[in-house]
Design a binder for this molecule. Structure first.
Ligand SMILES: Cc1cc2nc3c(=O)[nH]c(=O)nc-3n(C[C@H](O)[C@H](O)[C@H](O)COP(=O)(O)OP(=O)(O)OC[C@H]3O[C@@H](n4cnc5c(N)ncnc54)[C@H](O)[C@@H]3O)c2cc1C
Length: 505
């Protein structure tokens, strides 16, 4: 297997044109680029560097370290605090958030696939393609076995064993860490396309999309060096006849780039003096994140082996997902958390630009627990979490004799939820299908521009989203290849081999 050509020198790509420019070499971006490369030339532009050789990304023994120390413009994890006051992260490296996440892999339910209107068989094939390359059966650690029994004791039945499907009960999920503890990010998928058709430009931050003179068609992108060492702007174009720009910059990055390009609500663009290309009200709207509660179940900081989640409990009706991790609190200490998220929250928020600097985080508010349904769901979720934390298996293993008082009354639970709400990092939306992009993931009102990533989800797939985002890159890539086949056949049936028109039926 061969990795594609990678460079951080803009001069190496300037003046060239590509069939596809994929903006953001993240979870969806790499599987999409690998797929398109089977037939076409692809440039991936990624604001971060390579994940290869970085122990914080690659080694399970350092799981969570990349979130401990972040900086504004260069760390592989970029932190942000939503306007709700909740701390959150986004990947800034080839592989995107699959390079900093928990690596837990679980497919979406059949209902979710049906609701999305996707072709069931192609979804299955796309999941399998991803799984054959970067998904592994984890070897359960001692703690994960304990918490698995805790879930069962708390009533999360049936036991489904190792299972990639999203089914009610307790299961062991897939992992992008292999048995030797090495993480396989989405960047590994680039090897499985045609690496000789892919160029990866690293440390390049896209500022905006370039349009043709009539502002009806995307023709390329403007970017700058990510280190901010110069304000010089570079341009790169897509192939003239059929080339496309595809944004895969994630739930914060893709709406941000559309807004910076003049596609978004007119009033917001006017506030920042950005010339309006398409007045598209929903860009940055319908942002959502799954409210989560995390209980630290060991009494004191310890120095355990770090553990990403391997086991999940999925509540009746798919309402909540529970998982557990051993997290670093600093370089030498750990805590064990058992956490749960509301799978389908009702509250929605909004993303806006803070400035016209593409290196800066946009501002986002998710309105966690803003709706009554979400707050009520949180009360039930905390009760479930307490059952697990107080199960015989968990308390015995952790040597907890003096059980703490149960939180029970509605008021007590409500304030606990409000004070302790946090994230599972599964935020999504901002370029939702049916409002910003159509069913083919094309941006409304302009040609040759698509968005394919977590920003297109109105709802996260209930379970952990990475599997479905990886699948989506492959799925949409295959659909685009098929579209191009049909276009080509159309051209050929109209033109004879010499290029003269064929008689029409
Ligand atoms: C800490 C954490 C833990 C998580 N744990 C899990 C888990 O265990 N299981 C699970 O299923 N999900 C998990 N998730 C969620 C999951 O990882 C994300 O939902 C998913 O990876 C998002 O994929 P994406 O393609 O939409 O965006 P990303 O993977 O974030 O990709 C976006 C890419 O675009 C690049 N980019 C952004 N802006 C620009 C720009 N202007 N120019 C150039 N490049 C740009 C970024 O650097 C990034 O590489 C976790 C997420 C986080 C943050």
């Amino acid at each position: 297997m061969q990795m594609p050509y990678m460079t951080s020198d803009p001069k190496e790509v300037s003046g060239k044109s590509f069939d596809y420019i994929v903006v953001g070499g993240g979870t969806a971006g790499c599987s999409l680029a690998a797929t398109l490369s089977e037939k076409f030339s692809v440039l991936v532009i990624e604001r971060g560097g390579s994940p290869y050789g970085d122990p914080l990304v690659e080694e399970r023994k350092y799981f969570g370290y990349s979130l401990l120390k972040t900086d504004e413009y260069s760390s592989v994890a970029q932190s942000f605090i939503s306007r709700d006051g909740v701390e959150n992260y986004r990947g800034r490296v080839l592989g995107g958030s699959s390079a900093i996440n928990g690596g837990f892999y679980s497919r979406a339910s059949e209902e979710f696939v049906k609701k999305a209107g996707w072709d069931k068989d192609l979804v299955q094939d796309s999941y399998k393609w991803v799984e054959s390359k970067v998904v592994f059966m984890p070897e359960l650690s001692q703690w994960q076995s304990v918490v698995q029994f805790g879930f069962l004791e708390a009533g999360f039945y049936p036991y489904n064993g190792y299972n990639l499907e999203h089914t009610q009960g307790t299961k062991i999920g897939g992992s992008i860490y292999d048995q030797r503890g090495k993480r396989h990010t989405s960047a590994d998928l680039l090897e499985f396309g045609r690496p000789d058709h892919i160029t990866v430009l690293l440390y390049a931050t896209v500022k905006s999309v370039i349009f043709d003179g009539n502002k009806t068609r995307a023709v390329g992108v403007r970017f700058m060096k990510s280190d901010g060492s110069s304000s010089k702007s570079y341009k790169i174009h897509v192939e003239k006849h059929r080339g496309e720009v595809i944004l895969t910059a994630g739930a914060l990055g893709s709406p941000q780039i559309l807004l910076l390009s003049g596609i978004g609500p007119e009033d917001h663009l006017n506030d920042l003096n950005i010339p309006v290309v398409v007045n598209l009200r929903d860009v940055g709207r319908r942002m959502s994140d799954n409210p989560a509660i995390s209980l630290l179940v060991d009494r004191f900081s310890q120095n355990r082996t770090l553990e990403p989640p391997q086991v999940a409990a999925i509540a009746e009706g798919y309402k909540y997902i529970l998982e557990s991790e051993v997290l670093p609190t600093n370089i030498t200490t750990t805590r064990i958390s058992i956490a749960a998220k509301i799978a389908f929250p009702k509250s929605r928020g909004r993303l806006k630009l803070n400035s016209i600097n593409p290196r800066e985080n946009p501002s986002v508010k998710f309105n966690y627990l803003g709706s009554k349904e979400d707050l009520d769901a949180c009360l039930e979720m905390v009760l479930l979490l307490q059952h697990v934390a107080r199960s015989e298996t968990v308390t015995f293993y952790l040597g907890l004799q003096n059980r703490e008082k149960l939180l029970a009354g509605d008021e007590e639970l409500k304030s606990f939820c409000k004070d302790n709400v946090r994230t599972y990092y599964h935020y999504h939306g901002g370029c939702v299908v049916g409002s910003v992009v159509d069913e083919d993931y094309r941006v409304s009102g302009v040609k040759r521009l698509r968005v394919v990533d977590g920003s297109t989800f109105e709802e996260s797939p209930g379970t952990n989203p990475m599997a479905t985002v990886l699948m989506l890159g492959r799925y949409q890539g295959i659909r685009i290849l098929k579209e191009r086949e049909v276009e080509k056949e159309g051209d050929e049936s109209f033109l004879s081999p010499q290029g003269s028109p064929q008689p029409q039926p």
